[in-house]
Design a binder for this molecule. Structure first.
Ligand code: PLP
Length: 460
């Protein structure tokens, strides 16, 4: 039956009492799965955004240094983005399906093919990172005729049966069943018992060689150039190159999961794999491309993708609205030189994290590339991961008006990844908040190390 309410009322916000965080949390718990957990003891309900700032339903504004999990590449309410999406909406077409030719989709595919650096590339568009990696793994399996895949420890590639199977991160693999046979290779991260060494590398390479000897033909090596949920750890380039050689010798292709690392996020380059000098056969992407509109996909060698017998389709994949959003996002990244911004502002933020690590006994391993930065919270003395301290740190940042992320295999890593449009002033504000939060969470009896402080007080 047609309602007599104007249709806009059906989706317009509820009265403010029903939109408070407390009311929304109670309702969230009633209708959402228990494993879908928002941040903070008292989660935030966001209501609007502007630039790098978001405002919650209770009127509190925050500086957003996690960007919807590295997805709002341009930040919020950028006029060029809003206008391009509104123009597409005004055409009346938000969806048509791939049964029809879609101008924005084809233009985007051409652009991605050109940016990929892959010979004879084809592009397949879907709606998320999980689907992108599923499609890549399916293509690799069809191309090679085997279901053996090599993936890295602490990797995360999505939430489906196939992509959880190749995800090595503890806690993100709910089922042991898998359509793939997976060998997990070392990711080259330091252990609490010491740094990663050349001997560790040789052992890791030998372990993989032995596994390949047992398993035989291999469909793919899937990597993240910088591991996202795994705590922004960058596997050593020389290790990845050795793994790539071993897997290629067994007929496998290289899949670079660029869901977090593409579009200039790591500075300097469009793709994260360029940090390592690799030549992937398949690049998968999602998150930052649509600046918040759902869009994922892959760009790959035609021979790999076209090896699927029969047909395939993604109903929503490459819809006109998301593709328009992606085209304008890529234009803005190029025209405003946002990769350079990621480098310059990222270097300034990393310097701040390194300063903090030198002076604070509970911070360790400041690291990152471009605007993908992290530092660990550890127990002073032992260096053991301290996830409680990480939660307290993130809560202290929130109190001071800064949103950042968490992650890492030990749950003790702080992840900092603002929109690529972040300004120097905003980075300065964030650095000051991080200093306050570090002081507020410093364990009793472990003094601040003044001697090494202030070594690098540069500005952006
Ligand atoms: N791959 C990586 C590296 C990711 O970080 C994620 C999500 O965080 C995914 C794949 C899955 O993407 P989605 O959540 O869009 O399915």
């Amino acid at each position: 039956m047609i309602t007599d309410r104007p249709t806009s009322d059906l989706s317009s916000p509820q009265p403010s009492s029903e939109r408070s965080a407390d009311s929304l949390l109670a309702r969230h718990r009633r209708v959402m799965p228990g494993w879908l957990t928002p941040y903070y003891d008292r989660p935030i309900a966001l209501d609007r955004g502007d630039g790098r700032h978001v405002t919650d339903t209770e009127g509190r504004t925050y500086l957003d240094f996690f960007a919807g999990i590295l997805t709002n590449s341009l930040g919020y309410d950028l006029p060029e983005f809003r206008e391009a999406v509104q123009r597409q909406l005004a055409s009346g077409l938000t969806h048509t399906s791939t049964l029809y030719l879609i101008d924005a989709q084809i233009r985007l595919a051409e652009r991605l093919a050109e940016l990929s650096g892959i010979p004879d590339p084809v592009v397949f568009l879907v709606s998320s990172g999980t689907e992108a990696n599923d499609a890549a793994l399916l293509a690799a399996v069809c191309h090679t005729g085997t279901n053996h895949v090599v993936a890295l420890r602490d990797g995360y590639h999505g939430r489906s049966l196939t992509t959880t199977a190749v995800s090595g991160l503890p806690g993100w693999r709910p089922s042991p069943y898998s359509p793939l046979r997976v060998t997990q290779a070392d990711n080259g991260a330091a252990r609490t018992d010491g740094p990663w060494t050349g001997a560790d590398k040789e052992r890791a390479v030998q372990d993989l060689a032995a596994a390949l000897e047992r398993e035989g033909d291999t469909a793919a090596l899937i990597i993240e150039p910088v591991q996202g949920l795994g705590g922004f750890h960058t596997p050593p380039s020389s290790l990845l190159r050795r793994y790539d050689e071993l897997v290629r010798d067994r007929g496998g292709v290289l899949i670079s999961d660029e869901v977090q690392t593409a579009w200039g996020r790591t500075g300097k380059h469009w793709w994260g794999h360029q940090l390592h000098g690799l030549r992937p056969d398949v690049l998968t992407f999602a998150k930052g491309l649509g600046n918040g509109l759902p869009l994922g996909g892959l760009v790959a060698r035609r021979a790999v993708v076209d090896s699927l017998p029969g047909k395939s389709i993604s109903t929503f994949g490459g819809n006109p609205l998301s593709c328009t959003a992606a085209l304008v996002t890529l234009d803005v990244i190029r025209d405003r030189d946002l990769m350079r911004n990621a480098d310059v502002v990222g270097a300034y933020l990393l310097e701040g994290l390194r300063d903090l690590q030198r002076s604070e006994p509970h911070l360790a391993a400041a690291r990152g590339h471009g605007l993908m930065l992290a530092v660990d919270l550890v127990e002073p003395g032992t260096g053991a991961p301290d996830p409680e301290a990480a939660r307290a740190f993130v809560a202290a940042c929130r109190e001071a008006g800064l949103l950042i992320g968490m992650g890492g295999p030990g749950g003790n890593c702080l992840r900092i990844a603002p929109p690529l449009t972040v300004t120097e002033d905003e980075a300065r504000t964030a650095r000051a908040v991080l200093e306050q939060a570090a002081a507020a969470t410093r364990p009793a009896g472990h003094p601040f190390r003044t001697a090494s402080r202030g070594q690098s007080r540069s500005s952006v």
